[in-house]
Each structure stands twice: as C-alpha cells, then as structure tokens.
Design a protein around this ligand. Structure first.
Ligand code: 3HC
Length: 287
C-alpha cells in the first residue's frame, strides 16, 4: 500500500495540470498551488477543459465529472500543503525555483512520512533532496506529456532516497495511477530525455542549416519510423523553453556538444515562440 490519499501538486502548467488530472481520476484528494490567483484560475481551466474533453469523448460519465472536480482545490499558499501525503513539484525547469519549493515544502508539510517528489526532467534529485532536512523522502516521479495518455513514469532515486520512499512511490505510480514504471539513476535527463533531447536538437539543427523543411523532417520520422509525431512538432508540444532548459541541464552535466541548444532554439525562446502553448513554435497553432 502506498498510504497516499492526499496529493499536492505545485504548479498547474502543462505537466502540473496533467498530473493533477490523473490523480483526480484515480480518486485522490488533490490540492494544486500556483503563484497567483490568475495562474490558479488558468490551471483550473486547463484541468477542467481536459476533463470536459474526456466527458465529451464518452471516457467519463457526467456524474463522475462532478465527483472528480469536487476533489480539486487550488491555492496560492503552499502553507496549505501541511496535511499532504505526497507532493509532486511541477514548476518550471529552473533549479533555484525548484530548490526554493522543496525548502518551503520541508517546512510546511507536517506528515512525518510524506513523500516529496519532483517531476523534473533533468535536474538532479540529489540537489532537491539537499534543500530539505529529509532527503530520504525525496524522489523523482517523472511523467510524460500528455500525462493522461502516456503510460510511462520514470522513478529516479538519489543516493539518499530511502527504500520505503521508493517502494511507496512505485506503488503510487503503478497501483494507484495505473502507470508503468522504469527506474533510472540520478543523472541529468534520466533515461528518456537523455535519448530524446539530442534527437530533438538534431532536428532543429537540420532545419537551421536549411538541410530540409520542418514538414519534411517531421514527415520523415512519422512516415519512415512510425513515430506518432515528428521531432519539431514534439518539441512544440513539450515547449521550446522546456526543451532548451533540459538541453542546458544535460549540457551542464555532461559537457557534450550533442546536448548544446542550437542558436535557432535560443532565438525562438527569446522571441516568445514557445510552441503549442504560446500559439507558435516551429508550427502555427493560432487557428
Ligand atoms: N489530454 C488527454 N488526452 C489526450 C490529449 C491530452 N492533452 N491529447 C491527446 N489525447 C488523447 C485523445 O483524446 C485521443 O484519445 P482516443 O484515441 O481515446 O480518442 C488520443 O489521445 C489520441 O489523440 P488524437 O487523436 O487527438 O491525436 P494523435 O493520435 O495525434 O495523438 C498524441 C496525440 C497523444 C499527443 C500523440 O501524437 C503522441 O503520443 N505523441 C508523442 C508524445 C510524446 O512523445 N510525449 C513525450 C514528450 S517528452 C516528455 O513529456 C518528458 C518531458 O520531460 C519533456
């Protein structure tokens, strides 16, 4: 048994909203925190619209919708996380921001056996564990976008993560959420992003050099390798700011050129062209 019924999710962006949704649909009590009321309302809208989509597709009954949304609360005060059994941090991929969140959670969460998880894709779990007095209770639970669709969760234990934390986190991911787990050591990028991000960066370099068009690069991988979407469209889905942040963490850890973000990616992020979430990236989503 995971012993987890009250979950806190820090952040309600693409990933935080998806994590909150799968926890709600698994019958849990979910409290989501955001930096201000506007962001909290946007988070609620994101979660509600995804649940409405499930209802309209006949994947959820109208009565279940009421029950699910009745278990969702949003707050702008992390102090309200005191009674949480598990907190999943899903804020922007920025080390200091995450460190600050973990230091605050350590002060406010009163349950002695609470689990402090991060959805980071690339920042070492050890750095987040050391921001707390309870590094044995800190673990990486890394979800994949779209969270309600993709089965995988990467479980990442640091050198100090306790066995009981690891066992309960796996029971939560598999037994409660119905996900499938792979385990990785605590290295930037873990398994999936260490393989995926160099591939995405190669596609961006290919486009940048004029070697091929965005459509041809993406169609090449969709039609030639049966990928569900091509690398540029996938980078747009992940978010170009997040793709850049993961590349930078990988580069900082390994100092290998294949992880270095290409100038085109940097300029697009400078320009606010962040992909699907901003309406434009390698493709236009404004329509
Ligand atoms: N929320 C809930 N359900 C969604 C969804 C979302 N955001 N997006 C799609 N779906 C569901 C649809 O409802 C549909 O369900 P149905 O078959 O039961 O009707 C199903 O997924 C397929 O969706 P669509 O028909 O609209 O579109 P596609 O068949 O093109 O699938 C996709 C869309 C699921 C996004 C698919 O293209 C895909 O899996 N792409 C690859 C995504 C991927 O690689 N993600 C990993 C990114 S890496 C990451 O997240 C790690 C991080 O650290 C960066």
């Amino acid at each position: 048994m995971s012993g987890i019924s009250k979950v806190g999710v820090v952040g309600s962006g693409l990933m935080g909203a998806g994590i909150a949704e799968v926890c709600l649909r698994a019958g849990l009590d979910v409290l989501v925190s955001e930096v201000n009321a506007t962001a909290a309302e946007a988070g609620r809208a994101r979660i509600t619209s995804s649940i409405d989509r499930a209802v309209s597709k006949g994947k959820m009954a109208e009565s279940e919708r009421e029950d699910v949304l009745g278990r969702l609360r949003l707050t702008t005060d992390l102090g309200e996380f005191a009674d949480r059994d598990l907190v999943v941090e899903a804020v922007a991929e920025h080390e200091q921001t995450k460190v600050d969140v973990f230091a605050t959670l350590d002060k406010v969460v009163t349950r002695p056996d609470a689990i402090f998880a991060s959805n980071t894709s690339s920042i070492p779990i050890m750095k987040l564990g050391m921001a707390t007095q309870r590094p044995e209770q800190v673990i990486g639970i890394h979800f994949f976008n779209p969270v309600p669709v993709l089965k995988l969760v990467e479980l990442v234990t640091s050198l100090l993560t306790g066995e009981e934390t690891s066992r309960r986190a796996e029971e939560f991911a598999v037994g409660v959420l119905g996900k499938q787990v792979v385990r990785s050591q605590d290295r930037a990028g873990f398994i999936v992003n260490a393989l995926l991000v160099p591939y995405l960066l190669s596609a961006i370099r290919m486009l940048e050099s004029g070697f091929a068009s965005a459509d041809d690069i993406d169609n090449g991988m969709v039609l030639g390798c049966a990928h569900p979407m091509g690398p540029l469209r996938l980078a747009d889905l992940i978010g170009l700011d997040t793709t850049k942040a993961i590349a930078e963490s990988l580069y900082a850890e390994f100092k290998e050129a294949l992880y270095s973000p290409p100038p085109l990616l940097l300029r697009m992020v400078d320009a606010g062209l962040l992909g699907k979430k901003s309406g434009r990236g390698f493709y236009d989503y404004s329509a």
